[in-house]
Design a protein around this ligand. Structure first.
Ligand SMILES: Nc1ncnc2c1ncn2[C@@H]1O[C@H](COP(=O)(O)OP(=O)(O)OP(=O)(O)O)[C@@H](O)[C@H]1O
Ligand SMILES: [Mg+2]
Length: 456
């Protein structure tokens, strides 16, 4: 028998990534930004602007529009977009990509873009399902002679009695459901539900009438269902249009959303054609008209948008005008650059003017030395490195002089150097040593210029 125990909190340290400290936009309820909130420091105007965007998305007034976060490197554009995702919660789809992702040898770039558009559009489906629900009071597999002869016997059907607060019902089930019941390890005394049209069986838990019995600690006790055994249950499911595309590219099994979802795990990728998408859109609009489903436009975040080329941009224009479109957030750290795919046409942020005209542009500004110091302090806490005030001062100076990124990069190596030198805490000497070991880009380039042997 396999032993399964619940793990309650592990002692391992959490992994930290570049934006681990960002937990949201840190806005007050009136929409104004706190100087320090949810790990976010400064950049007040941009955070407030993003807060407005979040409100618009939640009010479903933002689909088909696009926002651009524009600012120098390391000014928090990616962090802002991730904070927007956190503010939206898990039910609103958020699909982050980097523009260069769409260039692949196998898939057309517009196809890749379309796929991500559809990942960012959610559909909340309400289904009423006919279910049998109750506590199992009897579970008898009925056997029959094996029809193929021989000595073996097979299960011809299963008799199960379910009890709810309103009564009991005896059901005779198909052997295929018996397998599902065995998989869920259902025994007498469990509360289960069986979906009437698919035969899917789910064990809810152990009936609390048995709560005093000696049992596994991991057992979950649930009350006996209050309604009739045979009843209708409303199930809400969140899927994205892309999930539906994938599921229907290879139809198999039942037609309800759950079995569509089940197919997502299949690794083999089959082609999703425009025709299939059109079909799905039709079904989806019918569901929406009938009130069965509700569209949940999410966010498609395209980082480093200047990497898209002119064809992608015209495609973006078109996609934004479709009736079902997510809100698109773009980010770029370029000023005026040549638009990719053209010879010499330049555009602000590498974006052609017709798309620029559709954008709301949110600028991000460089940080002042105090803000840099605060960001570094937060990061040192998140990365669990102890740092003395003098060393923090020194690292922050690098942040102001070189770049915030460089300063943040120095933290962990400096803490390792401190340990090697037998110190608990980073002090200015460690920072100085680290700075000689890992130089910044400008110094690195200078080195090349000064040494004659290098080709420049
Ligand atoms: N206002 C802020 N408060 C706290 N941390 C921040 C803030 N702004 C940026 N950071 C952190 O600084 C680092 C760099 O920021 P980020 O990656 O968002 O910059 P970016 O604008 O996307 O830069 P690039 O143009 O190079 O992509 C990240 O670790 C980010 O979490
Ligand atoms: Mg970025």
């Amino acid at each position: 028998m396999v032993n399964i125990t619940e793990v309650k909190g592990s002692g391992r340290d959490h992994r930290t990534a570049a934006h681990t400290h960002i937990k949201g936009l840190g806005l007050k309820s009136d929409g104004t930004a706190e100087t320090l909130g949810n790990g976010f420091i400064g950049q007040v105007a941009a955070r407030e602007a993003c807060g407005v965007v979040v409100d618009l998305i939640k009010a479903k007034k933002m689909s088909g529009r696009a926002v651009m976060l524009a600012g120098g490197p390391g000014t928090g554009k990616t962090a802002l977009a991730l904070a927007v995702a956190q503010e939206l919660g898990t039910k609103v789809p958020f699909c982050p990509i980097v523009a260069s992702e769409v260039f692949s040898a196998e898939v057309k770039k517009t196809e890749a873009l379309m796929e991500n558009f559809r990942r960012a559009i959610g559909l909340r489906v309400r289904e009423t399902k006919e279910v049998y629900e109750g506590e199992v009071t009897e579970l008898i597999p009925e056997e029959a002679e094996n029809p193929l002869g021989g000595y073996g016997r097979t299960i011809s059907h299963l008799v199960i009695t379910l009890k709810s607060a309103k009564g009991t019902k005896k059901l005779r089930l198909d052997p295929s459901i018996y397998e599902a019941i065995q998989k869920e390890r259902v025994t007498v005394g469990d509360v289960i539900y069986i979906e009437a049209n698919t035969g899917a069986c789910k064990r809810v838990g152990r009936s609390d009438a048995y709560a005093t019995e000696f049992d596994l600690e991991a057992e979950e006790y649930v009350p006996i269902p209050k309604r009739e055994v045979h009843n209708k249950k409303e199930v809400v499911q969140d899927v994205t249009l892309h999930d539906l595309d994938m599921a229907n590219a290879r139809p198999q099994g039942g037609q309800d959303v759950m079995s569509m979802m089940g197919q997502l795990m299949k690794p083999k990728k089959t082609e999703i054609t425009d025709k299939l998408r059109a079909e799905i859109n039709k079904v989806v609009s019918r569901y929406i008209d009938q009130g069965v489903a509700e569209l949940v436009p999410g966010v498609l975040f395209i980082d480093e948008v200047h990497m898209l080329d002119i064809e992608c941009f015209t495609y973006l224009n078109k996609a934004l005008e479709s009736p079902i479109s997510p809100i698109v957030i773009l980010a770029s750290n370029r000023g005026n650059t040549v638009i990719r795919g053209t010879q010499d046409i330049t555009g602000a942020h590498g974006v052609p003017p017709d798309l620029l005209a559709r954008l709301l542009i949110v600028p991000t500004h460089p940080y002042n030395p105090q803000e840099i110091q605060q960001i570094i302090r937060i990061r040192s806490k998140i990365e669990a490195v102890a740092i003395s005030d003098a060393a923090l001062q020194k690292v922050s100076e690098h942040g102001a002089k070189v770049s915030l990124r460089y300063a943040l990069q120095l933290l962990t190596p400096a803490s390792i150097l401190a340990k090697v030198n037998g110190r608990q805490e980073i002090n200015p000497d460690d920072v100085a040593e680290c700075e000689d070991l890992f130089i910044d880009a400008r110094r690195s380039a200078k080195l090349f210029e000064s040494s004659a042997g290098f080709v420049s």
